[in-house]
Write a protein that binds this ligand. Structure first.
Ligand code: NAD
Length: 346
């Protein structure tokens, strides 16, 4: 099989992660083109990944028209995901789009309709948290019934915010580019992982606030979730003002608990019957094998998916992009109205 060709649109911090992911599969894929509206950044990334100047673009439409690509990554600020992913899918290129997939439910519906017309095009949303080894192992344990039926999931995804040291500019703090703050950044990962483990979220009640940072968008949010027929509730806390502390997921089931601690590693807590009939609580570390670098594994899975190889884990597609956005936007609405909102996906 001839090698696949890849392009990256938006060569900032996460664009660099995607580029290094493609570069890590040299037998399967070649980086053919890069696009970024910032010529200085484009030059740096072109040199780093040995992409010749004639394959560097500041306009994604020109890149899509001029290059024959098997796949692209869309890694721009949030508001540009929709027009760029739309153009890429329409032109027949397999598309990996960063989270949040798009910014409005109208965009989600339009992208879903386009993808339904272009069934030949593979689409993935970069829900990278699904690719943490411990989350992949936990998913298998839940599906095998190891903790029984989950009735509560709690997720805390919080850090000090995207600056200093991460993004190329301060777009994350501006509504015009980001649409939302910590909720659309960290919260959307948490929403996706809750739906991955438990199933569709049916309703949400939320408080979304700007507590500390002098910015236009939220820096902290809490969400209470109801999974309806799955008979499970959930709680998400996400934020951009957190000192180092617990970050991860707790899942409580009828037969045991999973503590998926991003800092200290994962644990399985369960009861073991003693000979006298009493129950001893046992804490087992969860052995996790394979690639712990979630972004690397995500890109490896995407490349294998496009190459038609057996994927390492299931691929989050358009449905995951639509349903996670629907929950996030319902949470924002709940915070504004003070009401619990039913979730209606695209
Ligand atoms: N999955 C994850 O874990 C993860 C982590 C970080 C960021 N992200 C997502 O990745 C996206 C980018 O975030 P980032 O942190 O890399 O930001 P960044 O500022 O570092 O990079 C964005 C890049 O896009 C370029 N750009 C802007 N508009 C463009 C356009 N129209 N066409 C081409 N290039 C354009 C900018 O010049 C910049 O270089 C966001 O949607 C963010 O939510 C995902």
């Amino acid at each position: 099989m001839s090698k696949l060709t890849a392009g990256v649109i938006g060569a900032g911090s996460i664009g660099n992660v995607h580029l290094s992911g493609y570069a890590a599969s040299p037998k399967l894929v070649t980086i053919k083109a890069i696009c970024d509206v910032n010529p200085a950044r484009l030059k740096i990334m072109g040199e780093q990944y040995k992409v010749a100047a004639e394959h560097l673009y500041t306009d994604h439409k020109k890149m899509l028209a001029a290059e024959k690509l098997d796949m692209v990554s869309v890694c721009t600020p949030n508001v540009f995901h929709y027009p760029i992913a739309f153009d890429a899918i329409k032109s027949g290129v397999n598309t990996l789009v960063e989270k949040p997939m798009v910014a409005t439910m109208a965009e989600a519906r339009a992208l879903k309709a386009l993808a339904a017309r272009r069934k030949d095009v593979k689409v993935m949303v970069a829900f990278s948290h699904r690719f943490f080894g411990m989350n992949m192992t936990a998913k298998k344990m839940i599906d095998r019934g190891v903790i029984g039926c989950p009735f509560m999931i709690r997720v805390r995804y919080a850090h000090g915010g995207p600056y200093p040291g991460w993004a190329q500019s301060d777009w994350f703090y501006h509504r015009k580019y980001a649409v939302g703050g910590a909720l659309l950044d960290m919260g959307i990962h948490a929403i996706d992982i809750c739906q991955y483990f438990i199933g569709p979220i049916k309703s949400v009640a939320a408080i979304v606030k700007t507590l500390r940072k002098p910015i236009e968008v939220d820096d902290n949010a809490v969400m209470a979730l109801d999974f309806g027929a799955a008979k499970c509730l959930g709680c998400i806390e996400c934020g951009w003002t957190s000192p180092p502390g617990f970050s991860g997921i707790e899942i409580y089931g009828d037969k045991g608990s999973l503590i998926l601690d991003l800092v200290n590693g994962p644990k399985h807590i369960h009861g073991v019957a003693r000979p006298d009939g009493s129950v001893e609580t046992v804490t087992d570390p969860i052995p996790v094998s394979g690639n712990q670098y979630h972004w690397g594994l995500q890109l490896e899975s995407w490349v294998k998916y496009v190459a038609g190889k057996k994927t390492v884990t299931e691929i989050p597609g358009i449905e995951a992009g639509c349903s996670s956005l629907a929950v996030a936007l319902a949470a924002m609405e709940s915070s504004k109205t003070g009401k619990r909102m039913n979730v209606k996906s695209a």
